[in-house]
Design a protein around this ligand. Structure first.
Ligand SMILES: C[S@@+](CC[C@H](N)C(=O)[O-])C[C@H]1O[C@@H](n2cnc3c(N)ncnc32)[C@H](O)[C@@H]1O
Length: 295
């Protein structure tokens, strides 16, 4: 007799075009994530798991559960966790980080010192599992010029699952694919085949839950000197990109910087920023004075 365990595969539940539109619009309105017709299979596959979890027979029932169910908030959290792309690693985009430490930060420092202001506020918007805000913290700890400054690095994301990992701060090898070993030695503690980010680094970083489309909550963040929003707006359509970039403009102090991912630009999205050309990279800056109306 064959002693292998029998495997039962639940049949995949097909998503009708109507169900796709209902769910796609619902997700878009909540968080700006945009799924076109070609990515229907993605919603079908990822949300299919939630259907099975609730033992539902079709996606329409799932849609009603998500809209009107008793635990709709909690279910929405699950949806966000399965639909977001959370890829990230320490010291991602080396040239941009060189521009940040060698050109942008000295410029900010000189300007603020003149005004007697020794506070620096940096927002990592869409920080995923935390590698980005902790990278920024390590870079700043390595700069003696900021030693006696008050530094606040705020990492935010919409996915509760990645935020949990960010708060824990324990990372495996995939996170270190671009990390110089000297950082591992100085800013991490070994913990069972993994590495825990040192308290000194953590103390500069606050991790918070935030949906970039929750405008009133975004406004509560206060003013920033630099906003990192890398590899996040690629998942939004044009109106959603415009809305989020406008909120970055509002959060930035005059002459503050917006750092996007290397495949992202503000072309067709916003004319409100100036593109600054530095030695290693180009970055966007909010001008000192607002452009006159109509420009
Ligand atoms: C690919 S990761 C980028 C991580 C990091 N910024 C980097 O470049 O390495 C994109 C992150 O954006 C987050 N995200 C997507 N939509 C969002 C929204 N509406 N509000 C806040 N975060 C969002 C996702 O949860 C995900 O963790």
């Amino acid at each position: 007799m064959d002693s292998r365990p029998m495997l039962f595969f639940a049949p995949e539940i097909p998503m009708s075009n109507e169900e796709f539109r209902l769910l796609r619009d619902f997700v878009y309105q909540h968080c700006g994530l945009h799924f076109n017709e070609e990515s229907k299979y993605l919603l079908e596959k990822r949300l299919g798991k939630r259907l099975q979890h609730h033992r539902l027979k079709n996606f329409k029932d799932y849609y009603y559960l998500l809209r009107y169910g008793q635990q709709k908030e909690q279910e929405l959290t699950e949806v966000i966790d399965v639909l977001t792309t959370n890829e990230t690693y320490f010291f991602r985009e080396e040239f941009q980080l060189k521009t940040f430490t060698q050109e942008i930060l000295p410029e900010i420092r000189a300007r603020k010192e003149k005004a007697g202001d020794r506070r620096l506020r940096i927002w990592s918007a869409g920080c995923s599992t935390g590698e980005e805000p902790y990278t920024i913290a390590m870079l700043l700890l390595d700069m003696p010029a900021f030693r006696d400054w008050q530094i606040d690095i705020i990492g935010t994301d919409i996915s509760q699952k990645v935020l949990q990992a960010a708060r824990k701060g324990v990372y495996g090898s995939a996170s270190f694919r671009a990390t110089d070993s000297s950082y591992l030695q100085r800013y991490f503690v070994e913990a069972e085949d993994k590495y825990r980010v040192a308290d000194q680094v953590k103390s500069l970083v606050t991790i918070s839950h935030l949906n970039l489309f929750d405008t009133p909550r975004v406004a509560l963040l206060g003013k920033m000197d630099v906003v990192f929003c890398r590899n996040v707006i690629i998942y939004f359509d044009l109106p959603a990109k415009k809305r989020v970039v406008e909120s970055f403009y509002q959060r930035l102090r005059p002459e503050g910087f917006l750092l996007l991912g290397h495949s992202e630009s503000l072309m067709n999205i916003s004319n409100a920023f100036v593109l600054r050309h530095y030695v290693h990279d180009m970055v966007y800056q909010r001008p000192e004075l607002a452009a006159p109306e109509g420009l």
